[in-house]
Design a protein around this ligand. Sequence first.
Ligand code: NAI
Length: 331
Amino acid sequence: MKIAFFSCQPYEQPFLEAANSNHRHQLTFLPQALTPETVHLAAGHQAICVFVNDHLMRPTLQVLADRKIRLVALRCTGYNQVDIVAAQELGIHILRVPTYSPHSVAEHALALLLTLNRKTHLAYQRTNQNNFTLDGLMGFDLWGKRIGIIGTGKIGQAFARIMLGFGCHVLAYDKVRSAVFQQLGVEYLPLNELLSKADVISLHCPLTPETHHLMDAAALARMKPGAYLINTSRGGLLDTPAVLTALQSGQLGALGMDVYELEDEFFFSDWSDKPMPDDDLNALTHSPNVLVTSHQGFFTREAMEQIARTTLNNLTYLEQQRFPADATVVA
Ligand code: NAI
């Protein structure tokens, strides 16, 4: 079948082509994001494949349905970018990649935390200029600190195991308690208690109406003064202006963010030769105690192989009208 891959970066193509050798679909790689303006590029294809910042809201889904394109594969885990009700009403089938490498994201959360704590990003800039001083670079031992994990699914669990290995006390909050998590020796707490006790909070829950702006001014005020916040989940979990205020006052000690609420316009693009129109993002990228990465938590060789493999399998399932009855199905 002919499949249009939206938002497809050159580094993804070899993985997708290799995974396709078992399927022999016809793949069209498009750099454009899927929007109501670009959806016409899907014409002539039987299916489309999209990524995290391609919006599958009703107007776009309607155009797809009008063109008789009813098969969509997400090459990602999160599906907050999909209007599920509209997809179901229009008879559009959507599959996702429910799991690939939870380690890729958990290890990236660790990278953000270690960098911010031990200030290796600042040390690198200094030693590059033959400045070998240490003032301002002091960190803290992670050993013995309390790490609060919000969302104890696959990535939260991988992150918990890492932090337990560092000798940390791991605290957790989730709507559903995981027996595996408890066996690891993790302590589940009510959200407010976790917020007030943790030295570091790492977010690993999905973006839903319930978790939208989970970290707002009230939640930030409940945190231990100077605690660190790591967000590798979805940008909409943070109320960015409130986070900036908390950083300025010192209530928030540091922020590591791999995702940003308004990332669609900026992430995966080179803005280095243009003025940055987003003042909040500009303030964040220029704060020494903030580390911004552009949604690269998933970006390891192992994760890319698995994403490509599952995506091509999903596309073949869609073609054969075999819809798995598991977490793969979005709509
Ligand atoms: P998962 O489905 O295994 O775990 C999510 C956990 O969050 C579940 O235990 C669920 O009960 C919990 N949860 C749901 N609503 C909650 C709420 N209101 N409060 C507290 N907990 C709640 O998902 P997984 O694979 O661990 O991924 C987590 C998130 O990581 C994804 O939803 C996605 O947004 C993000 N992600 C980011 C990537 C990146 O490259 N930065 C790559 C992959 C995923």
